[in-house]
Design a protein around this ligand. Structure first.
Ligand code: ZN
Length: 290
């Protein structure tokens, strides 16, 4: 996972913080000594563990204010600041047809990170369209509803919005926006229009042709949507069952968790364009062909 130090007149802007492992503060101290100079501010692109996890450590270390998107911070608190969240996830996977033993594994997996997430309470809340030390904040919903990228002179600091080798996960989660894949395809349209010279991603190598990569990701999801349409027939399929069709039945628990959420984001997109129908009967959600 990449964090970035952006130079500015009043010091560095640190973008993303890494996961809050017990030695996070020490690692950052060493890194910042190497870099030299002051830290003026810390910016969190989105609330996933590897991006927000060490925000409080970095704030303690540097005294610099932490900036985070308004919607993203609300979700951060809802997920990481909420002891009832694992229960809510269990209900969610049940609602979408996941067998109890599988659900237990999935949710147990997602709790592994909780001790290593030290987000900064009461950050300075920002929104798309605002500016941070000469960088424009650009909305990039989909991978996370409230994810914000930074744009300056054709350089897009893309966080997990576009990645070079993998397709960022776009899932439907409890309390997420209703059509994350629709949001994502729109955000990719915006990236194509912006035509950045280069994108600096949250993982993997630099992206030399961000607009081209955005188009590839749109194509990837177009094919996935076709596969999902083909899977739907007259017999109702749950999100869990759809994940078995799209990804097979051999995934590890962590991967299955994302596969179910991603199946749901595709199913909901299809409902919105009239290609599938959603049913909710006796506390179980399923989909059929339209
Ligand atoms: Zn992420």
């Amino acid at each position: 996972m990449h964090a970035y130090l952006l130079p500015g007149e009043d010091g560095w802007t640190i973008v993303d913080t890494g996961i809050g492992l017990p030695d996070a503060k020490e690692s950052w101290r060493a890194e910042l000594e190497r870099a030299g100079g002051q830290v003026a501010r810390i910016f969190v692109t989105h609330f996933h563990p590897d991006h927000v996890g060490a925000a409080a450590d970095l704030h303690e270390l540097t005294g610099a204010p932490v900036y985070q998107g308004t919607l993203d911070y609300a979700q951060c608190e809802l997920v990481w600041g909420n002891p009832a969240w694992p229960e809510r996830l269990i209900d969610w996977f049940r609602l979408h047809g996941t067998p109890d033993d599988v659900t237990e594994e999935l949710v147990g997996q997602s709790s592994v990170y909780r001790p290593y997430i030290r987000y900064q309470p009461d950050p300075i809340l920002v929104r798309a369209g605002e500016w941070l030390d000469g960088w424009e904040l650009v909305a990039a919903a989909g991978h996370a509803d409230g994810q914000l990228c930074l744009l300056k002179d054709g350089v897009l600091l893309a966080a997990d919005h576009v990645l070079e080798r993998i397709s960022p996960t776009v899932g439907l989660w409890p309390a997420s926006r209703p059509d994350p894949l629709g949001d994502y395809l729109e955000a990719l349209d915006r990236t194509v229009k912006i035509e950045p010279r280069i994108a600096l991603p949250g993982h993997g190598e630099l992206i030399a042709d961000p607009a081209g990569r955005a188009r590839e990701l749109q194509e990837h999801h177009r094919i996935r949507l076709q596969e999902a349409v083909a899977a739907f027939g007259p017999k109702p399929l749950s999100g869990y069952e759809l994940s078995l069709v799209l990804w097979g039945d051999v995934l590890k628990p962590a991967a299955r968790r994302f596969a179910v959420a991603e199946s749901l984001s595709h199913a909901e997109r299809l409902v919105r364009v009239g290609a599938a129908v959603r049913h909710e009967v006796d506390g179980a959600v399923s989909y059929t062909a339209a």
